[in-house]
Design a protein. Structure first.
Lengths: 344, 344, 344, 344
């Protein structure tokens, strides 16, 4: 049993961590921090937790933290300087911001400026269990992947076996996301009258999850490659549907089967089938830690279209963080994550 | 042909005024004002008007206004002090804020404090054409009704004939609105992730359109009465559906026919029919100046349920304001307002 | 440990039963029946259950059922004739259709014609745990309440203490529901282009949950009363928000506290607080078995406005059915139902 | 002034034709046909037209048609055999179905089997005014483009100038559409509970608008090329947002300016600007005949991303058909089409 501190628990990611951990069989105490809401009950802000977690937010006194694990759900760079000391005290750390995900100091500090620490960057493990499970199990410091990056990577990684047949310089990823991905802070872009009943592309020339995707892919495929990523938000709070196009020589294989074998006993990745075309449904993964993938192969051109659905706040965020914690503490990997989607 | 100034043209109401007036056969020039956006093209903010109205917003120098009519789409009280001078110069004025709608100085100044002017309050005509058409035609100063008030009043006014059979102290109005009614300013309440896929009641104990409804009804029915009003927002940008419950002695009449007769040749009120039950569709009125009404009479209990649908920004706002302008300048009443809803 | 048969498991209610029961600690086997889909994996239809419940639907041979409990999620009257025999064999039965909810043979057979059985009607227990817990614990045959009825009853029942101060003949309930309440069968009314981005009232003069509400209320309050009920669907799949207006003499009490006391240790009813006004959020109850209630008292008029939010398929359907099963088999009441809503 | 017959006026495309033509200054009479609804008022089905077009649907007796133009909004092949006779009588014809759009008999009859007529196919003009305006002006028989095809073509055509720099074999188009594109017939796929709050890819390996796009592009670019098209529906009734990716050598041009020059005085194509990135808004084009295009050029890779927004039922359907009619009869091109989108 562990105590868990969530730094920045007032945001959406922090709130979902609390929701998932409050019923986690391996967690005995939750310490939610928030400078803004310190003293107020968690459930006054995350009203879904009313009568479930009514303890107050506390001030984040990182130095005095008495817990085995700290989740940094707040992206502010000031927190990063606290990590080495925590690790020294034997506290494990999972960060949910983008900092340190890209294990290339110059790229990392360009995109996430304000703090540099080569030793931390060297030590960090990228928290994609399907790729780095054994490293995560031994890690003290895990950087949780971005929501779009999780989606694109889980769709692309199984193709490593065929990498020499693919045009790796023309990977095209278009992702349609729920609006919760942008966080809890109101903005004109996501003011409801502006964002409902529509589809809004944004950051179409550069989204910072793009270099993250490319870095992990290059590191895995051991090849240079180029990815073109376009995000958009649609009229829903949660979920990401990614359309991943890969140009390929004609592959004479059952690609779905290959994906199924690749993910083998993965508890949270499901390769869906559907007759002529394999299309996952967002509904099946929203509010769960599942990532559902549909693999489609154009028999004439060889083009591969992978459709990938996950919940941006769970498998694309807090759920994956809990999965990482489970690995780091040798808990059952599904603890706290046995959520099943509804129909409809 | 008139020149029209829109003060506060950067908001949703102001934007819709521009959209309706830009193709109005009686308007030769539009002067959109905005302190915040002065100098920028209207279409940089209201992008729907791109290549249609690309003139810049100007600073609102009310004293120097050279136009026959001024619409005050901004609710700030500071503007009201400018009105007497405008009227003196022969400029007609339509206000879209709440101030002066309730022709009772103490009530008005309680709800809309910051400026008082009994002469203005005495002169103001309440801009509901179906009720005050002849007064509006002669008016210099019209206060445009609130969106919820328009909806409730158009649903209730035709029952004046039966007022002695009704329980006027238990009028119940529940209204479900699109989110544009709250204006263009982002808020946590209307942050898309919080407001999509749901129904959110708000101001359930007091919304300031309530005394407005009661004031006009009392003034018309010449009776004391009490109305209970509950607003909510749903997952749509535009439109109000009001559920109006009236307890009554059993009326042995075709109530729909009575409504139809009451509104006679009104160009923008349609009494819908539908077999067993009469239910208007929001889709039919959104983006139009129509108000569609369905009248339902419980044959056993005598309860009357009027369902009333309109577009909060058009018939509940800028469209009605244009209708009032048309009356004030003796234009055809439908000028600028010949919009037809789509299906679906 | 029990085996559970779900008759009509292909519908939304049946699917949600499977989802809730598949992880239920007291259920060792699930037998999903469907004439239409017999032989096909459950997860080919309810794709959310892929890799969770991939067993096939079986033909519903009620006579040969080998299970301790049967849920009838299909409303067809033909099934009802099978119930006496099941009860004789010691099988417990929960029905999710409307039949037998109203314990008045003439009213029941008028609304739900096709089968009559006075003994069954006499025996049935209405499955609202908050009202009939002790009876449910001893019951062999439970009729699960309608979704709207659950919502209205949970909002109204706590006022029994003040019943002599209330105008029980003018109870007004307006409910806005997600579209899943109408079931899985496509229709023009719920064709997406017709039903998205809007609010659609329907069955405004008579919905068959109305007499159900009145019957239970009269039976509980021991008084005659009259309720006016108007349902509508909005642009969301799940959830019901009910607006319940009760006219009352002025009550000099903290009504929220009274509701809180009334529901005491109920595991699934939460009385929300919110400062000036008490408004529950649908988001907090969707995908859970919670019913969240906000109580508002107009200090001037005495009018009471209760806002009541629940998930129509869970607390308003399958979740409540599982809660009833838990009571009938002396399982912990929360088994299978420890779902927490998300934010957002 | 012409009389216009709409065959199959009960569908969404037919309804929008009626809505646009009923206020068209060049149309003196509308003859809406429908076998299913013959005798019933148009406005009993298209309720948006209540009190605007209450004439009844008539049986489609094509032989006796007394009108200058016939729109075939019904896709059934039986109608096509009637076209030659109509043309012989001097009646002009616009078809809104897919038949004959692809001027390649074998491909056309493979995708749209059931009727063949080489002379008709030879004569047909593809009704994309921006490409074939002069031909349309002289045409007797116009096939109106598909909604997705309109979107992709308007996004791609301006690049003809640079065609030798582009990788024409790897054109990637992902389109997110409102659900009205699938027509008025209810289906499980578009049953509201299944289709709301989500994004659903479909026909991901082959949509029949794909060969249409390729045929017109090849015909225009005079080069072989290959396009990869993936459609999806999102939670909205109307609108298409297309994401068009084109790989290119680095172009040292202002591509937006090139697009602007290409479309010059086109009344309905707008090239939007937006600072760092050029993103059109669906809201600005829904309920209008505009197509808004944003051009984005990745300065490093040379990748071009064109975002293209239009209303699938107007510029992608009935609006474009009216535009074609205007050209064929030498009406002003904007007649009946001066719709402006709202904000929000």
């Amino acid at each position: 049993m562990v105590k868990a501190t969530i730094v920045g628990a007032s945001g959406y990611m922090g709130g979902e961590l609390l929701r998932l951990l409050v019923r986690h069989p391996g967690v005995e105490e939750l310490i939610p921090t928030s400078r803004t809401y310190a003293g107020k009950p968690v459930s006054s802000l995350h009203r879904n937790l009313y009568r479930i977690l009514d303890v107050p937010f506390v001030n984040p006194n990182i130095e005095d933290i008495d817990s085995e694990i700290v989740f940094f759900a707040a992206p502010e760079s000031e927190w990063f300087a606290k990590i080495p000391n925590l690790l020294d005290k034997g506290v494990k750390v999972i960060t949910l911001g983008g900092k340190f995900r890209i294990q290339d100091a110059s790229l990392d500090s360009k995109i996430y400026p304000g703090y540099e620490n080569q030793a931390l960057l060297d030590e960090r493990v990228y928290g994609l269990p399907e790729l780095y499970r054994s490293k995560i199990k031994k890690a003290r410091f895990v950087t949780n992947p971005g929501c779009y990056a999780t989606s694109a990577l889980l769709a692309l990684l199984p193709m490593i076996k065929f990498k020499d047949s693919l045009d790796l310089n023309r990977l095209v990823v278009t992702s349609v996301s729920g609006t919760s991905g942008a966080g809890a802070k109101p903005s004109e872009f996501l003011h409801h009258p502006e964002a409902c009943g529509t589809v809004k592309p944004y950051k179409v020339l550069f989204h910072r999850h793009l270099p993250e995707m490319e870095f992990i892919l290059k590191d895995t495929f051991k090849k240079d490659l180029k990815l073109y990523f376009t995000p958009a938000v649609a009229n829903m709070a949660r979920g990401i549907m990614s359309f991943v196009t890969v140009f390929s020589e004609k592959l004479d294989v059952d690609l779905s089967d290959n994906f199924r074998n690749f993910y083998g006993k993965e508890p949270f990745v499901r390769i869906v089938y559907g007759g002529d075309e394999n299309v996952p449904q967002l509904r099946d993964v929203v509010d769960t830690n599942f990532c559902d993938i549909g693999v489609n192969l154009d028999p004439v051109s060889g083009r591969i279209l992978v459709l990938c659905a996950l919940d941006n706040l769970i498998k694309g965020g807090s759920g994956q963080a809990v999965q990482n914690m489970n690995l780091m503490f040798d808990f059952k990997e599904v603890y706290g994550l046995d959520l099943i989607g509804g129909h409809p």
